[in-house]
Design a protein around this ligand. Structure first.
Ligand code: SAM
Length: 177
């Protein structure tokens, strides 16, 4: 018999707090993505933040059906279904052309793959659309971050994992090929 399902990862509270410090307060017109949103905890924290407009849109993208359903249940439980949409999709197939803020807790390969989709290919940028991107753990290779803080997860005394903020310009139609 299989053991009860345990999470092997989740964004620690302190990393969410650091992300909030980097990108909040959100604007009414912001569209905020969590790519690989797991159980939806990051977007729920963002949406529940005091001062966040009920008009700000939040989109979680999660490929794992169980996780996406868990995220939807969590969103519903918090009464946020009108504000947070959870897409059960491969993040590499999603159109991010409305994104203004993106949270990413992915492995380096995931960041490498998602980068041209979020921003457009190298050398083709410059649509004037600014995106704030927060990465937890891994860096956005080839980009210069504007802020960085190391956080010690609650369950990992002595560890320090980086949270980076990037402010980048995307090409206008960022969905590639
Ligand atoms: C490190 S976890 C982060 C989870 C979440 N942000 C949290 O704090 O709990 C990475 C997540 O990305 C999801 N993921 C991996 N590849 C994906 C893909 N191609 N499209 C969408 N989600 C993906 C995984 O299922 C997992 O939930």
């Amino acid at each position: 018999m299989l053991a009860p399902r345990k999470k092997l990862w989740s964004t620690p509270e302190r990393a969410v707090t650091a992300a909030i410090d980097f990108v909040a307060p959100f604007k009414e017109e912001d569209v905020v993505y969590d790519v690989g949103c797991g159980d939806g905890r990051v977007l729920i924290k963002f949406a529940m933040l005091e001062g966040t407009s009920t008009r700000t849109k939040f989109v979680g993208v999660e490929i794992d059906e169980d996780r996406a359903n868990e995220a939807r249940e969590n969103v519903e439980r918090e009464g946020l279904s009108q504000r947070i949409v959870i897409l059960c999709e491969n993040a590499l197939m999603v159109d991010y052309s409305d994104a203004t803020v993106v949270f990413l807790y992915l492995i380096p390969r995931g960041l490498r793959l998602i980068k041209p989709i979020l921003l457009g290919e190298e050398g083709k940028r410059g649509g004037g659309r600014r995106i704030k991107i927060v990465t937890y753990m891994s860096e956005f290779e080839g980009e210069t971050f504007v802020r960085k803080v190391n956080v010690e997860p609650e369950h990992q005394k002595g560890a320090g994992w980086p949270v980076h903020l990037y402010e980048l310009e995307a090409q206008e139609a960022s969905l590639t090929g």
